[in-house]
Write a protein that binds this ligand. Sequence first.
Ligand code: PLP
Length: 425
Amino acid sequence: MSETQVNPVHPPRTAPTPATSETPDAAALDAADPLAGLRDRFVLDDDTVYLDGNSLGALPAGVPARLADVVAREWGELRIRSWTESGWWTAPERVGDRIAPLVGAAPGQVVVGDSTGVNIFKALVAAVRMAGEGREEILVDGDTFPTDGYLAASVARMTGRELRRVPAAAIADAAGPRTAVALVNHVDYRTGELYDAAAVTDRLHAAGALVVLDLCHSAGALPVRLDDDGVDLAVGCGYKYLNGGPGAPAFLYIRAGHQPRFDSPLPGWNSHADPFAMTEEHVPAPGVARGRVGTPDILSMLALEAALEVWEGVDIAEVRAKSLALTDFFLARVAETLPAGTVTPVTPREHERRGSQVSLRHPAAREVMAELIRRGVIGDFRAPDLLRFGFTPLYTSFADVDRAVRVLAEVLADLPAGSSYGPGA
Ligand SMILES: Cc1ncc(COP(=O)(O)O)c(C=O)c1O
C-alpha cells in the first residue's frame, strides 16, 4: 500500500497533514536517499510503520532460506559432522569477526554467544579480576537498563566490591583510585542519549579504571570505534540493529591486549585451549575464544550470521547520516504537526548526543502507544511516560516517519476530551 492510500484496517480519522514548506518533503528525501534500496533486503509490509528495530530488528530476507538449509541439510543430513564440515564449531568467532567492523574492532576480538546479560557478567567479573586488589569499587550508570544494574550489584556482592550508581553523564569523573571498572552505556535505552565513548574511556583510564561498554543501542545504528577509543571490554545485542532475530545471541568484545589476562567467571569446555582433551583443569583458550562458555546455540547464531549479510557494501557513515536525517525529520514533523507542549522530546537535539531513536514524553504514553500500534505504527512504551521510536536506517523511510507523526497527531487528537491526558497535560 502506498503512503497516500488509506489503510482499510485502520482508516485515519482526520485528513493527512501535508508536510509544510518548513521541512523537506518525505518523498523528496526518500528519492535522494542512497540507502533506500536496502529496504528490499528485509521482509516488511507497507501497511505497518515499523519503528521498533531498537527492540527487535526486522527479518532480513535471506534468513529463512539459510535457516531452512541449516535445519534440513546441515542438521538433518550431515548431523554431527556439521560441527566441523559446516563450520558450526568456529561460528562464535566467525560471526564475531563479521560484527567486528561494525563496532570498529580488528578481527579476533569479538565472540558471539549467550545473552547480553551473561556477557556483561563475564566482562564485569573479568574486569574486576584484571583491576586487582585495592580497586574496591564498581561504578554503574544510575539509569541503566535493569539487567546491567542487577548484574553490577551481583558482581559487586560476589567479588566483595562496593557498587556506586552514578548518573551516566558524571560516571567518568566519578572514577578514582578505588575504582576497578565502570559499566556504561553507549546509548541510553530510554532517552536515546549518545555518550562519547572515547572521552569516557580516556577519563576512566586516567583514573586507572577499566570500562565495560554496553553497545546494545549503538551497534549497527552508528559508528562505534572500540579499537580506536581504547575500550577495554564491550557487549551488545544481536537482535536489535543487527537484526539477528528474537533471542539472537549477543557479542562480547575483548580487546586484544587484554585477552591473555581475561579470566572468565564462566569457564566451560568451549573456552578450553583443548576442548576435547577433557582435562580436569581449565586451561583458557588463547584469544577471544576464552569468552565462550558452552555449546553454541547454532540455529540462532547462524540466523544472525545470515542477517549480517544485509551489511554487504554498506558504509556505516552513511547509516549514521541517514539516522540523523530521519530523527531530525521526525523531530521537525513533531514540532510542526502537534500542538505545542503536547509531547516533550527527551532525546538530545545535538547530533553528537543523539543515538538512533527518539523518545517523547507524554503522560498517557502507555495508552497512546497501544493506540498507535493498533493503527499500524509500531514503536514501544517505556515506563512511566515515554513513547519510544527507533529508526533503522537500513529500512526506515522518510515516508514511514511522516506517516508515524501523522498517526500520532490523530491519536493524540482523539484522546478523550477533558481527559487529564489531553494536550498540554
Ligand atoms: C542496554 C541493554 N543492556 C542489556 C540488555 C539485556 O539484554 P539480554 O536480555 O539479551 O540479556 C538490553 C536488552 O534490551 C539492553 O537494552
